[in-house]
Design a protein around this ligand. Structure first.
Ligand SMILES: *Cc1c(COP(=O)(O)O)cnc(C)c1O
Length: 486
């Protein structure tokens, strides 16, 4: 290193000579270095292992071998432009991929995504790079944005969640996770020494936020339904009355679709001596935050209650074809952590910088097209189908649970990984779930049940191997084991 510096100092002309000789037209025969021979996989703990090449002995681990095939990038041939081979090859790969997408879309029952959409009208906008970077309410110098649509969407949600236009702040996020990150950060910026309380059934993004922000996080117990256990919350609050409380309240948990009792959480805070200026509540409503307002008898999620923020995913019930979300908070909370970034000439209160401007337009279309009445109908249909599935499972003797007002049906975990993969089920411990989204019809549920029943007759052909007891996970009234079956 030292020698090199010396040469540069001593022989400036030499460097110039090298640059002068550099021929920009030289074509390197091998511009990319070859891949290393050994593929490694990284397991859940971040440990690297050499990938096993033994046939039929593919270890399942997160990492390179989780995806069995990839479409390699190949360098264009010199004559590609004239022959059109490259474009033809790409077109065929994409056509096959599209066929595969159609097939895979048919068989998703576990992930709460709504595939029931047609955004053909927006295809011409694909030719634009639309970026709503920064704060939606502060103009910056980048003019190719869709803030007109974004604010229209936010205002619609403000009405849904009952907050005045001049009292809220929010933005269209990249996903529900970003909304959680923002809600919890707003809590921490307002209460720097606050403790985060979240039930064990909270989405992993909540605990991820706690790690990222290095917050003190207290895990609160749950009822069998998956709801937060307010008796446990009380004990944990009382043990920490000297510190403000930041709470994540689930408006629909991921696995069991349980809705935390917001009113009881607020009452518990008050009974434990936490006044409104000593707590911050973030409502994680990824899926159900958007469904609840359309159910007549459901408890309200509303800014009329002392909550700080609400977030939902845009690709779950709303049916956006790209990951996105909507996050709303009180304007007063934003002042605690925004500062000015000179070159953007914009308030900096979002988690990310660049933001997908297309997402706001898709959301704007979905909301305009369906409207309040349209969503109400869809929600009713989904809840009806969830009851249908739960009842059918019970009829055939399968342990199953459905929370009131939820479209997430929880049941025994199927024995066979192939079956789980085929229907793209989400499993946790010994339970699995199906979410009846708007694109899931009763016919599809019938197919699913028929297949499950057929498989079970193979898995449990031997009387000695029977499904376990599900009383602990689903409640004894939902358990179909020998002991609990009536
Ligand atoms: C799906 C989900 C999230 C995360 O949403 P993404 O949009 O996938 O980031 C957060 N919370 C709950 C309860 C969820 O179900």
């Amino acid at each position: 290193m030292a020698a090199c510096t010396m040469t540069m100092v001593e022989n400036n002309a030499g460097i110039e000579a090298v640059i002068g000789n550099f021929d920009v037209n030289v074509v390197f025969s091998e511009p990319l270095p070859p891949f290393p021979e050994i593929n490694t996989v990284v397991d859940l703990k971040g440990q690297q292992h050499a990938e096993s090449n033994q046939k039929g002995k593919r270890e399942i681990a997160l990492g390179r071998n989780a995806i069995a095939t990839c479409f390699p990038i190949t360098e264009p041939d010199d004559n590609d432009e004239s022959t059109g081979d490259k474009e033809a090859h790409m077109a065929s790969v994409l056509a096959r991929y599209k066929k595969n997408l159609l097939e895979r879309t048919k068989y998703n029952l576990g992930y709460a995504y709504n595939f029931d959409f047609d955004y053909g009208a927006l295809a011409p906008l694909q030719h634009f790079f639309i970026n709503n970077l920064g704060d939606p309410f502060v103009e910056n110098n980048y003019a190719v944005h869709s803030r007109q649509f974004e604010i229209g969407v936010l205002d619609w949600f403000a009405r849904l969640w009952e907050i005045e236009k001049n009292e809220y702040w929010g933005y269209v996020t990249h996903c529900g996770t970003e909304g959680n990150f923002h809600g919890i950060l707003a809590g921490r910026e307002n209460f720097p020494d606050g403790i985060l309380y979240a039930s064990g059934e909270s989405h992993y993004s909540v605990f991820k936020a706690a790690r990222l922000y290095r917050m003190n996080c207290v895990r609160v117990g749950c009822l069998v339904s998956g709801e937060i256990d307010c008796a446990d919350l009380r004990l944990k609050l009382l043990a920490n009355t000297d510190k403000p409380a930041i709470l994540n309240v689930n408006i629909g948990t991921t696995v069991k679709g349980a809705v935390d009792d917001l009113d009881l959480v607020i009452q518990t805070l008050s009974e434990c001596g936490f006044s409104k200026d000593r707590f911050y509540i973030h409502c994680d409503g990824a899926l159900f935050g958007f469904m609840m307002p359309f159910i007549k008898c459901a408890p309200k999620v509303s800014f009329k209650k002392p909550i700080g923020s609400i977030s939902v995913s845009g690709h779950k019930f709303l049916g956006c074809p790209m990951p996105c979300g909507v996050h709303l908070t009180r304007l007063e909370h934003i002042n605690a952590f925004s500062n000015n970034v000179g070159y953007l000439a914009s308030r900096d209160a979002t988690i990310m910088g660049s933001r997908n401007g297309h997402a706001s337009i898709f959301l704007w279309c979905a909301l305009n097209r369906k409207g309040y009445k349209g969503f109400q109908k869809e929600v009713q249909k989904c809840l009806g189908n969830a009851h249908y599935l739960k009842d059918r499972l019970c009829e055939v003797g399968i342990s199953a649970m459905l929370n009131e007002l939820s479209n997430t049906v929880v049941f025994e975990r199927p024995q066979d990984e192939e079956f789980i993969k085929r229907w793209q089920l989400i499993c946790e411990g010994n339970i699995a779930h199906v979410v009846t989204m708007p694109n899931v019809s009763q016919e599809k549920l019938d197919d699913f049940i028929a297949e499950l029943v057929a498989k079970r007759s193979i898995w449990y052909a031997d009387q000695k191997v029977q499904p376990p007891c599900f009383a602990a996970a689903l409640g004894s009234q939902n358990c179909a084991c020998k002991l609990h079956r009536i």
